[in-house]
Design a protein around this ligand. Structure first.
Ligand SMILES: [Zn+2]
Length: 71
């Protein structure tokens, strides 16, 4: 089953919270320019999801798995 971005975000943050239960979380969901999300509709792209936890950077892939991002 293809995950929507909210499911990916929830999965990724769940993984992160197990490892870093305390920290400042900043999330960024970047939709493509043509995505229906920008017209107030359901997301029609596969957005890039980035998370910053304190000074560590991560992204969440299409399966909802959290990956560390090289600086
Ligand atoms: Zn989208």
């Amino acid at each position: 089953m293809k995950l929507d971005y909210m499911q990916r975000l929830t999965l990724g943050i769940t993984i992160a919270k197990e490892k870093w239960p305390v920290g400042v979380y900043m999330t960024e969901v970047a939709h493509d320019d043509w995505c229906a999300f920008h017209k107030g509709k359901k997301c029609s792209c596969v957005p890039n999801i980035n998370i910053t936890i304190d000074d560590k950077k991560f992204y969440i892939d299409e399966e909802g798995v959290l990956h560390e991002r090289p600086n």
